[in-house]
Design a protein around this ligand. Structure first.
Ligand code: ADP
Length: 327
């Protein structure tokens, strides 16, 4: 295999706090190890438009604490076509880019895998998504920060909920993954959590809230992941309200504020470790791997495996614990 001289780094799909810290780690590790680094703006779209940026160590100064991504991100349908993938590859090669570090979710990893399989360019994927829904890493970049953001909001809502005997339904991000909802539910001391991965009968929820009320709880907080099968926080609130008028019910949709903000120390360290490891793995001749954290070790998982296996990783003990701790 020819020695790698110039690597490209890009962020793609949904943005997540910690992506900048990861870009910084990739750029500085590569330069430290004698490589040239090119930032590719706007993910696969940027490959199609040769939107390339020759990066220096100084270009990634003062970004470790900033949310979002200085390389921007985009969704790009054209890249998914065989012609689009080839055009992206041709542009990369004519710029001398001979390996890639992709930071993003499963769509991004699928795209990187295709680029590598069809055209032979080595790729390393770093799981960057607030949803924590990728196989191959216990935690994805941005998940910890997003959960902390949700908890901050819950804490504030709790103050007003407790003052008014209110029942709050708080909708959090997670179309297919209940990871944010579950962790935020525990850390925010909520009474119940509704997740996309589990069916929750509204009757059971009402029964639970009634028993809490009978147990002298003056307010309750229910976390609803946006992908919950009951149709989201407004629908759940409506149906609960019909049969249960003890509380004054309110709904808060947290929305996109969950994506932003300064990354937590956990995400900054994770981003640095994953970015560093991705460059070293490329230099060691590895290809088509997901770089992740398992236990407290950085582990490579072949992309085929990472993309094939289910990302379902809700811990059953946490679910049971919410029922116990919310009595
Ligand atoms: P995420 O990476 O957060 O899951 P997307 O699913 O939107 O976000 O994927 C990001 C981009 O990756 C897409 O816009 C597309 O360009 C590319 N992509 C997604 N899935 C595939 C695929 N199966 N084959 C090739 N490229 C893909």
């Amino acid at each position: 295999m020819a020695r790698i001289k110039k690597i490209g780094v890009f962020t793609s799909g949904g943005d997540a706090p910690g992506m900048n810290a990861c870009i910084r780690a990739v750029v500085r590790t590569a330069i430290h190890d004698g490589l040239e680094v090119v930032g590719i703006r706007q993910g696969y779209q940027g490959m199609l438009e040769s939107n390339f940026w020759d990066m220096s160590a100084r270009d990634v100064g003062n970004i470790i604490h900033i949310g979002g991504t200085i390389l921007k991100t985009a969704r790009c349908l054209e890249f998914k076509t065989p012609e689009g993938t080839k055009k992206a590859y041709d542009n990369l090669r004519s710029y001398g880019i001979d390996a890639l570090v992709a930071i993003g979710g499963d769509g991004t990893a699928n795209g990187a895998s295709r680029l590598s399989l069809t055209h032979g360019i080595p790729v390393m994927c770093i799981p960057g998504t607030i949803d924590n829904d990728l196989y191959g890493s216990d935690f994805t970049l941005g998940f910890d920060t997003a959960t902390n953001t949700v908890i901050e909001a819950i804490d504030k809502i709790r103050d007003t909920a407790a003052s008014h005997n209110r029942l709050f339904f708080i909708e959090v991000m997670g179309r297919d993954s209940g990871c944010i909802a579950l962790r935020a539910g525990i850390a925010g001391g909520s009474e119940a959590v509704l997740l996309p991965e589990r069916d929750t009968a509204i009757d059971e929820l009402i029964e639970k809230l009634s028993s809490h009320a009978n147990n002298h709880k003056s307010s309750s907080i229910v976390i609803v992941a946006e992908g919950d099968k009951n149709g989201g926080a407004y629908h759940v609130a409506e149906r609960v309200k019909e049969k249960f008028d003890f509380y004054d019910s309110k709904v808060t949709i947290l929305g996109h504020l969950q994506r932003g903000g300064s990354p937590s120390s956990f995400d900054r360290v994770l981003a640095s470790r994953l970015g560093f490891a991705a460059v070293r793995a490329l230099l060691n001749g590895k290809d088509r791997q997901m770089v992740g954290l398992r236990g407290n070790a950085i582990v490579l998982t072949p992309l085929e495996e990472a993309l094939h296996f289910s990302h379902f990783k809700l811990e059953d003990d946490l679910l049971e614990m919410i029922n116990v701790l919310s009595i």
